[in-house]
Write a protein that binds this ligand. Structure first.
Ligand code: SF4
Length: 68
């Protein structure tokens, strides 16, 4: 099983809460100051807890997770 992470860049305010919560999955693009998902949108199930923690931490509710 794997899952897919999406960041709504229209909602993302660059707060970096996702990066603090889950540095293995998120970074902030220096140019756009928006979140990027490291390694592309699709990730192995072993990363799901980290992804969900980042999703909960995002003040803008910009992160969504769905089964791939
Ligand atoms: S926590 Fe949310 S608003 Fe902040 S950078 Fe991450 S995705 Fe964007």
């Amino acid at each position: 099983m794997s899952f897919k992470i999406t960041v709504d860049l229209g909602l993302c305010q660059g707060y970096a809460a996702c990066l603090i919560e889950s540095p293995a999955l998120f970074d902030i693009d220096d140019d756009t100051e928006k979140a990027v998902v490291l390694g592309g949108p699709e990730h192995d199930e072993s990363m799901r807890q980290q992804a969900e923690a980042a999703m909960r931490a995002c003040p803008a509710r910009a992160i969504t997770i769905e089964d791939a």
